[in-house]
Each structure stands twice: as structure tokens, then as C-alpha cells.
Ligand binder design. Structure first.
Ligand code: AMP
Ligand code: FE
Ligand code: FE
Ligand code: ZN
Length: 269
């Protein structure tokens, strides 16, 4: 059985596996169709692409953009050229917003007696910083025992060091993808809830939704597949793998079925 998994993260954002290790993990899990979708950055593709070729995997280029509308309102961009200068300029701006947000979070943590300097975060160079790397420092210092606990106690909505998302509007995220020649896909719709407005987003250029996602029940998946059809959107599948030591450490994947994935297939290299 060939599995498809078009949603994964590497050490270029908040994943714990380097791209080459990610390729090996995908092969081991039986994945055949793959994408790397680091948050607000394409830097991992330089290492990812040769590793995927060596592993014999079929892939499409990917990235995942965080919007400011909702915690979990993320737009996946598939088929973009990772070296596209205009796209990367926009992504650099989005990463800059993340730095602002993380610094506010560190300020709130300081107020709680937890001193973490921005430089303490394990995010070299132009990689993407996010709350998971803050969580990892909290874990290393034995303040929490895992990322989930860090989100529950400090970093998530309602917690003491929570700062609302400050990413771009949905329209700007969709446009960043479509201007780069890619297909914009709504990530993990089951985690977004009431703010979903497929009609409006389709008009802005949205092309698909991630109907197949581990947290979706069978009923929810069927509902998203039907919703996609109703709005003229295609569906995609991904596990949001973040690597060992995270609570999203199961690579997994979904059975590749031509009836569902014939559109996204056009982007495979
Ligand atoms: P950020 O990019 O800073 O908005 O942080 C969001 C990221 O944190 C998501 O992509 C997940 O990787 C991770 N995340 C969100 N909620 C949790 C949670 N409850 N437990 C573990 N990781 C989480
Ligand atoms: Fe993440
Ligand atoms: Fe996401
Ligand atoms: Zn993700």
C-alpha cells in the first residue's frame, strides 16, 4: 500500500528531524508521496530534495503559512518554487512577525520568573522560530515535561504567557502562495472551527483543503471531502509530523487513492 503524507516539519522550523532523517522516516513508514511543509520557510528544501531523490520518494514542494486570524488557521502552499525570491522575501517578513511574537512571549515568561533569552532558542540562521522551540527550552530546564504541557501551562490560548497570533491575513497568505505559482490549501480544517469561510477564501484563490488529517474522525473527513467538492476545491492528506520527542511523532500517512488525489498529483515531481 502506497501512503501519501504531504504535511511534515523539519529542524528548519519546529520539527526535530533534519530533512535527510525525515526522508528516511518517510520511507520506513511506507510513505511514497511526500512533502515538507515547514512553517513560513523553504530553507529545508535544499537538503530535502537530494534526500528525497536518494530515497526514491515522489514529492511536491511545500510550505505552511501561519495567519493572524486564528491560532490554527494555516495555509499550506504546494508546488511553489522553494528558491522563488519574491516568495522568500514574503516568508522572511512572516518570520520577522514570529520573532516579534516570540519576544513578547519571552517577556511574559520573564514576568513569571522564567528567564529565557531569545538567543537561547535553538533556531540558527534563517530557520523559523515558533512556540515549540520555547517549549523545548522549558522542557530542557525541567519546567515542563513535554511540548503539550508547555502549551497548556504557558504558551497556548488562555495560558499565562499567551500572545495572540500576528501572522498575515488569510488573503495575504493565499496570495503569497498563488503569486508564487503554487496551490493554496487550508491546513487541518478540523482544528480551525467556526472561522472557516470557504466561499470567501475560494474567491481569494484557495484551491484545496486538507481533509485527511490524523485528528479528523472518519465522519469529519467525509464532511470535509463533501465540503471540498461543494466548493470546487481538491483535497489533500498529511499527518503534521514534527518528529520524535514531540506529540506529533508518528510519521504515518494515508492510503493513496487516485479518486482523491488526482489534482495534487499534478504537482508531484
Ligand atoms: P507557532 O508556530 O508559534 O504558532 O506554534 C504553533 C506550533 O506549535 C504548531 O505548528 C505545532 O507544531 C505546535 N503546537 C501547537 N499546539 C501544541 C500542543 N498543544 N502541543 C504540542 N505542540 C503544539
Ligand atoms: Fe508546527
Ligand atoms: Fe499547522
Ligand atoms: Zn504543520
Amino acid at each position: 500500500m502506497a501512503l501519501i503524507n504531504l504535511h511534515t516539519h523539519s529542524t528548519y522550523s519546529d520539527g526535530t528531524l533534519a530533512p535527510a532523517e525525515l526522508a528516511r522516516a518517510a520511507v520506513k513508514a511506507g510513505v511514497k508521496y511526500f512533502s515538507l511543509t515547514d512553517h513560513d520557510g523553504t530553507g529545508g528544501w535544499g537538503e530535502m530534495e537530494p534526500a528525497l531523490k536518494e530515497a526514491g520518494l515522489t514529492y511536491c514542494y511545500g510550505v505552511e503559512l501561519s495567519t493572524g486570524l486564528h491560532e490554527n488557521l494555516h495555509i499550506l502552499g504546494y508546488g511553489v518554487n522553494p528558491a522563488d525570491p519574491a516568495l522568500n522575501a514574503r516568508l522572511a517578513e512572516f518570520r520577522g512577525r514570529r520573532v516579534v511574537r516570540i519576544k513578547k512571549i519571552l517577556e511574559l515568561l520573564r514576568g513569571l520568573g522564567i528567564e529565557i533569552a531569545f538567543e537561547d532558542l535553538p533556531v540558527p540562521g534563517n530557520r523559523t522560530v515558533g512556540r515549540p522551540q520555547v517549549a523545548d527550552v522549558l522542557r530542557a530546564r525541567k519546567v515542563v515535561s513535554n511540548r503539550s504541557q508547555a502549551f497548556k501551562r504557558y504558551l497556548g490560548p488562555g495560558a499565562a504567557a499567551y500572545v495572540a497570533p500576528n501572522g498575515p491575513p488569510v488573503e495575504e497568505a493565499i496570495r503569497a502562495v498563488t503569486d508564487a505559482g503554487g496551490k493554496a490549501v487550508l491546513a487541518h480544517p478540523g482544528a480551525v472551527g467556526k472561522v472557516i469561510d470557504l466561499g470567501a477564501w475560494k474567491d481569494m484563490g484557495l484551491a484545496g483543503i486538507e481533509a485527511f488529517y490524523p485528528a479528523h474522525t472518519g465522519a469529519a473527513t467525509r464532511e470535509f471531502v463533501a465540503l471540498a467538492a461543494r466548493h470546487g476545491l481538491f483535497v489533500t492528506a498529511g499527518t503534521d509530523f514534527h518528529g520524535p520527542g514531540t506529540e506529533r511523532g508518528d510519521m504515518g500517512g494515508f492510503e493513496y487513492q487516485e479518486e482523491y488525489f488526482s489534482e495534487i498529483r499534478k504537482l508531484f515531481i
